[in-house]
Design a protein around this ligand. Structure first.
Ligand SMILES: [Mn+2]
Length: 275
């Protein structure tokens, strides 16, 4: 279950955990939650209380809760307190480990599926804040927000591909997206730079499906993939219990994973979204 930007909204996140627990009990299969970033890792007591509350409720329900970092998430120093995502980072998250973890950029997780080869998920937070000119460095804005060239190089050098990619930002502009935010040319180029790095990661990972947040905009689209294939893209809205949750059945998704060579040979491309 992927959830949109939550910005420290306990009511929204607690409701998603309750919903995931009900779903698991109903379908009697494993369910885990992934936040697509701008989760609410904030400095100070407010941040600590939010992340502590999410961790506690997820543990109570025996649910794994993964969060990638968004541009508005505070990195922290990883030591002095539970505020900041570095204190929660786990580069080897597991779906049967209850509680909150931050999944670092470039992490790959393989989810076994009984009927086949399983699904490999690649996770990568990071984005440039469009509103950074209005934010205070070290208080409400952190330079670590952007994906770095080194992070891209590490992903490219690994030579691995994924089936499903979960990111905060997307290389492609969401369709029908409009914003009233005035963005300076300097910030605009930073945003483009991050999107370019994500495009490089997409080229390396070659996902069949990309799920992202950041734009607070729900949509489904397809983008061009390698050798004539299409990459399905799902954008998720923010803080809305009705529109900010995407449930992806990984078993059904795995069934639809046709090797790209076969798609190209027959000229057929399945562009329907996995349910
Ligand atoms: Mn964001």
């Amino acid at each position: 279950m992927a959830i949109g930007d939550s910005h420290g909204n306990s009511r929204f996140v607690h409701a998603t955990i309750e919903r995931a627990a009900r779903l698991r009990d109903k379908v009697d299969r494993d369910v885990f939650i992934v936040s697509v970033g701008d989760f609410g890792f904030w400095p100070g007591l407010r941040g600590e209380s939010f992340v502590g509350g999410v961790d506690e409720l997820a543990r109570q329900h025996g649910l794994a809760f993964w969060a990638i970092d968004g541009n508005h998430d505070y990195p922290g120093d990883g030591r002095s307190s539970r505020a900041g995502y570095r204190a929660w980072s786990d580069p080897a998250p597991s779906t049967d480990q209850p509680g909150l973890v931050h999944v670092p950029r470039g992490t790959l997780v393989h989810i076994p599926i009984e009927t086949g080869a399983g699904v490999t998920i690649g996770l990568c937070g990071g984005a440039a804040s469009p509103d950074q000119d209005q934010r205070q460095p070290g208080m409400s804005w952190w330079p670590e927000e952007m994906i770095t060239d080194r992070e891209v190089a590490l992903i490219e050098d690994s030579g691995r591909t994924v089936d499903l990619m979960i990111a905060h930002d997307t290389p492609w502009r969401p369709p029908d997206f409009a914003t009233s935010l005035a963005v300076s040319p300097r910030v605009r180029s930073l945003m483009a730079e991050n999107q370019l790095r994500l495009a490089e990661i997409v080229a390396a990972w070659q996902p069949r499906l990309l799920v992202h947040g950041h734009f607070h905009h729900s949509y489904r689209a397809t983008a061009p993939g390698p050798s004539g294939t299409a990459i399905q893209v799902i954008g998720i809205d923010d803080e809305n219990i009705d529109t900010s949750i995407e449930t992806i059945d990984l078993a059904t998704f795995a069934d639809k994973l046709i090797p790209p060579e076969r798609g190209a040979a027959t000229g057929a491309t399945d562009t329907s979204l996995p349910r």
